[in-house]
Each structure stands twice: as C-alpha cells, then as structure tokens.
Ligand binder design. Structure first.
Ligand code: HSE
Length: 326
C-alpha cells in the first residue's frame, strides 16, 4: 500500500527576535532517463522545511536540525540549507544576522533530491526573512552552491525544478542556463524507495569517462523527443523515451539489485514508463490516474520485496509551484 507523502508542518520554533518565516523546498525527480544532469521535475507533498528569523547579531547560523538522526552538520559551510541561505544573505548586503532551523523531512541518499530540497528551502527561507528582495531566478547560483556541497557537482536538475516547480531543462555544462518547460498537464507518479544505499558521489564516479558516439547520438535524439512529448503533455510518449537511456542508467542499475524486477512490475501493471530517479535507489513510474499510480506503486514495492529488498512505496504528482512559504 502506498504511503502518503503529505506530512504535517512541525511547530514553529520560538524566537525572541524577528518573526519566524517558514519555507518548503520540494522533492524532485532528476535525469528522467536520457536527461542526465539536464532534466528534472518537482514533486508534490514531499520536501524539507527551513524556518528563518533575523537577529541583531551579524552572521548566518543554523541553530538546529530536526529529523536527520543527528548526521547533518550545523556548520553553515557544511550544510546545504545553511550554505544556500548564506549565499542569499550575502547577496542582500544585510548587516544584521539570520538564524535558521532545518526540519529534515526527506530521507537522505534516495535519488529524490533530498539535499536539493534542503538547499532550496534554505535559500527561500532566507529570501522570505529578508522581505523577498529576490525573485526565484536570482537564487539560482545560491541553490547550486548548496547542492554542490552534497553531491560534489554543480548539477541543476534537482535544485532548479525544486526552486521553480514543474519540469526544468538545464544545461549540464552551465547550470545557470535553464528553461522551465511549458508542460500543459501533470501526471500521477508512483515511487518506490528500496532500502539500498546509493551515494550520489559514487554513482557518478562509476560512470564511464567516454561513451561510443552512437550511444551519445541515440541519447541526444531520445532527449529531444522527450522534451517534445513533455511540451505536448503526452505522458505515454514521455514514458517511452524515458526508458531509452543507453549511457547512464544501464551502468547504475547494478547498484540497485531489484531494479529489473521493479521496472518489470511497473510496466506489467500499466505504467507509461519507469526509470531511476537521479542516481537512485528510488525508481519512479508514470501512470494514467492516481488510482493506477497507487496500484503500480504497490506492484513495484511487492517486486522489490520479492527480490529480498524492503521498500517503501509512494504516490504523488508533479508540483508546478516549487519553493513556497508555509
Ligand atoms: N543528475 C544527478 C545524477 C542527480 O544523476 O548524478 C543526482 O540525484
């Protein structure tokens, strides 16, 4: 049975100084098959939350983290939310200080953009606390800086969809270049999260440094067709192209032992397509209706379990709003 991704908002932290603002940084799918480092989609109902409030004492401080099991650093320079918030604060030229509290609602190392969600929540919370001097487009560099800390690469295919919402195409070589695609309709998404650890840094290191030209050409044309299908809102066609990556996913699939079984189950139960999200281990499938997504996610979960790997299943949809105040 799919779990709901919706979670209630934590109580607002008491503050003796300025009023507390709260921002949500949403989860995201990335790569979508052939769009390695170039394509991502914002998800509904799941994300990290950052509270922020201004203080007299200069500087940005992360005064607490809740929900991380004690593994994340509160050092600003070592935390994606803190680093992104600090970048926004530095841009503003404010001379007072900013305190932050991170509510880590997403599991880490899932492929669902957990570090990006924190970076985006941190940046948006800082912007809100400053009185919203910046538009989202002004925060691109700040969120990329936060993401780089976690994954070791300045890739924008999680942070930019999480910031802007919807589906975002981003240059893999210069992530400050991006386009939010005009996607006319959302699509229910089934997600399964197998209990397998995949570290993004390692999942990037195992990729080949060179690929045969015919594969690069194949992937380029699949990505082009997928963009066309996304702009048409033709999700069955998106699903087909999303499964035709010949460069990245076939290499990474071996990091997720239930990959083949989960994908086969999704397709056997009517999914339009199924792929790893980012570096995994999460796999997602596109469905015609929320009920079908529920059915598909259950089948994906059962297939993972039958492969000996416990898994959680979720159903959600695309989120066209991106970062927001709560
Ligand atoms: N595009 C990145 C990768 C996303 O696949 O490594 C990481 O989640």
């Amino acid at each position: 049975m799919a779990q709901s991704l919706a979670s209630s908002s934590p109580p607002v932290s008491p503050s003796s100084a300025g009023s507390v603002v709260r921002a949500l940084g949403p989860a995201s799918l990335s790569n979508l098959g052939p769009g390695f480092d170039a394509l991502g989609a914002c998800l509904g109902q799941m994300g990290d939350i950052v509270d922020a409030w201004r203080v007299d004492e200069p500087g940005v401080r992360l005064v607490g983290i809740e929900g991380d099991g004690g593994v994340l650093s509160t050092e600003i320079q070592s935390n994606t939310a803190g680093r992104a918030a600090q970048a926004v604060y530095a841009m503003s030229g404010a001379t007072d200080g900013l305190h932050l509290r991170l509510h880590k609602r997403m599991a880490m190392g899932t492929g669902l953009g957990s570090s990006a969600a924190s970076a985006v929540a941190g940046a948006w919370a800082a912007n809100l606390a400053l009185g919203e001097p910046f538009a989202k487009a002004d925060l691109v560099d700040a969120v990329l800086t936060g993401e780089e800390l976690a994954s070791g690469a300045r890739h924008g295919d999680n942070v930019l969809p999480a910031l802007f919402g919807g589906v975002v195409l981003v240059s893999a070589s210069d992530p400050t270049q991006y386009r939010r695609l005009d996607v006319p309709r959302a699509c229910p998404v089934a997600i399964v999260l197998p209990e397998v650890q995949v570290l993004t840094k390692e999942a990037r290191e195992i990729l080949p440094q060179a690929v045969p030209l015919h594969r690069a050409i194949h992937n380029a044309s699949e990505l082009a067709f997928m963009i066309d299908a996304l702009r048409a809102g033709d999700w069955p066609r998106v699903g087909q192209h999303m499964m035709r990556d010949q460069m990245i996913e076939p290499v990474r699939a071996r990091l997720v032992p239930c990959y083949e079984a989960v994908k086969a189950a999704a397709l056997a139960h009517g999914a339009f397509g199924c792929a790893l999200s980012g570096s995994g281990p999460a796999l997602f499938a596109l469905a015609a209706t929320p009920d079908e997504a529920d059915h598909i996610s259950g089948a994906m979960q059962a297939a993972s379990r039958a492969s000996g790997i416990e898994a959680r299943a979720y159903v959600t949809d695309l989120n066209f709003d991106g970062a927001c105040a709560l």
